[in-house]
Design a protein around this ligand. Structure first.
Ligand code: AR6
Ligand code: MG
Length: 297
C-alpha cells in the first residue's frame, strides 16, 4: 500500500473516529446506532489538537515545541470539549508563560489524561522511519500540556503503533513491538492483558473492567490498542467497538481510528461517513503536505 493512502487514512481515520465518538462521550457501555447522527459530523479537541501537531510539523519542517504550543492555543476553540486541565494550561501559555512551566501549574506532576495520546498519531506518521527521534519527539510534544510519564508513555504507544503500521508490519508484529516499548509496569501489564484478550472471546464489559474507558491515558490507550488489534482490518467495526465501551468514546475511537485508518488506507474507510466529516478536505490536504515533508525534507 502506498504512503499517501496510509497518511490520509490515518488522519481522516482519527478525525472520523473522533467525530463518530463525540456524540456518545460519557455514555454507558452498549451498542450505539450511527443512524441518527447529524448531517455534518463535527470533530472535537482530539482532532483540533492533531491539526495543530500536523500544521506545526509541516511549517517547521520537523519538531519545534514552542511553535507547536503556540498553534495549540491559536487553534483552541472552547466548544470542542477540551479537558479541564488542558484548557487551563493553554490559557497560561497564551498569557505568555512558557509551556515547560505551565504544564506543572494545574497538576504538579503533570496531567496523566489521554490528551497527549489522542493527538500523537501525526508524530508517528512524520517519524515513522526515524526511530531515533520518534520517542524523544513524542515525549516532548506530549509534555507541552501533559508532563506526567503515564501520559507521555500512552502517546509513545500510539506513535510506535503508527510507525510500525507505516512500515507494513503485521498486527502480530505490532503487538510484539508494543510489548517491548513501554518501560512502565502498569502499561506492560495492560498490554499483556491485551495479548491474552486477543486469544479469547471478550466482551466490551471485560475490556472496560480490565483496560478502562476513561479520560486517563492508562485507562484508554490500551483499550484503543486492543480495538485496533482485534478489529483493525475493518475500520467501522473498530470504531463501533470503541463506541460500545461508552465513557471517553471520542478519544478511544480517535486513537483506534487513526491506527485502523493507517492500516487499511483511505480507500477502505467508509465513504458515506467521510463525505459528512467536517473539514475533510483540509485534513486530507494536511496529511499529504505532511507526507511531502517526510519525502522531501
Ligand atoms: N492528578 C489528578 N487527576 C488528573 C491528573 C493528575 N495528575 N491528570 C489528569 N487528571 P486533562 P486531557 C484527571 O484535563 O487529557 C476531553 O474530552 C483530571 O480529572 O489534562 O487533555 C478529551 O477529548 C483531568 O481533568 O485533559 C479527552 O477525551 C482529567 O484527568 C479528555 O477530555 C483529564 O485530563 C482528556 O483530555
Ligand atoms: Mg474529545
Amino acid at each position: 500500500m502506498d504512503l499517501k493512502s496510509r497518511f490520509t487514512g490515518c488522519l481522516i481515520g482519527l478525525a472520523l473516529g473522533d467525530a463518530l465518538g463525540a456524540p456518545f462521550e460519557g455514555s454507558p457501555s452498549g451498542k450505539k446506532s450511527l443512524q441518527y447522527l447529524p448531517p455534518v459530523l463535527h470533530y472535537s479537541d482530539d482532532t483540533e489538537m492533531s491539526i495543530g501537531v500536523t500544521e506545526s510539523l509541516i511549517a517547521e519542517k520537523g519538531f519545534n515545541p514552542d511553535d507547536m504550543a503556540e498553534r495549540f492555543y491559536k487553534n483552541f476553540n472552547i466548544r470542542r470539549g477540551y479537558g479541564a486541565g488542558t484548557i487551563s494550561v493553554l490559557r497560561l501559555i497564551k498569557k505568555g508563560m512558557h509551556w515547560s512551566e505551565a504544564n506543572k501549574k494545574v497538576f504538579p506532576q503533570g496531567s496523566f489524561g489521554n490528551g497527549a495520546a489522542m493527538r500523537a498519531a501525526p508524530i508517528g506518521l512524520f517519524y515513522f522511519n526515524d526511530s531515533k527521534n520518534l520517542k524523544e519527539v513524542t515525549y516532548t510534544a506530549s509534555s507541552i500540556t501533559h508532563d506526567h510519564p503515564l501520559a507521555k508513555e500512552g502517546a509513545l504507544l500510539i506513535t510506535t503503533a503508527v510507525s510500525e503500521i507505516l512500515q507494513g508490519r503485521t498486527k502480530e508484529e505490532i503487538l510484539e513491538s508494543l510489548l517491548h516499548t513501554s518501560e512502565i509496569k502498569e502499561y506492560q501489564e495492560k498490554l499483556k492483558t491485551v495479548e491474552s484478550f486477543l486469544q479469547k472471546d471478550i466482551t466490551a464489559e471485560d475490556v472496560i473492567s480490565a483496560l478502562g474507558n476513561s479520560v486517563l491515558a492508562l485507562e484508554s490507550v490500551p483499550s484503543a490498542i486492543y480495538a485496533f488489534l482485534k478489529y483493525g482490518e475493518d475500520y467501522l467495526k473498530t470504531v463501533e467497538f470503541c463506541l460500545s465501551l461508552g465513557g471517553d468514546t471520542d478519544t478511544i475511537s480517535a486513537m483506534a481510528g487513526a491506527l485502523s485508518g493507517a492500516y487499511v488506507g483511505i480507500e477502505n474507510l467508509p465513504e458515506e461517513f467521510i463525505e459528512r466529516l467536517e473539514d475533510k478536505d483540509k485534513l486530507q490536504g494536511l496529511s499529504l503536505e505532511l507526507l511531502e515533508r517526510v519525502i522531501n525534507p
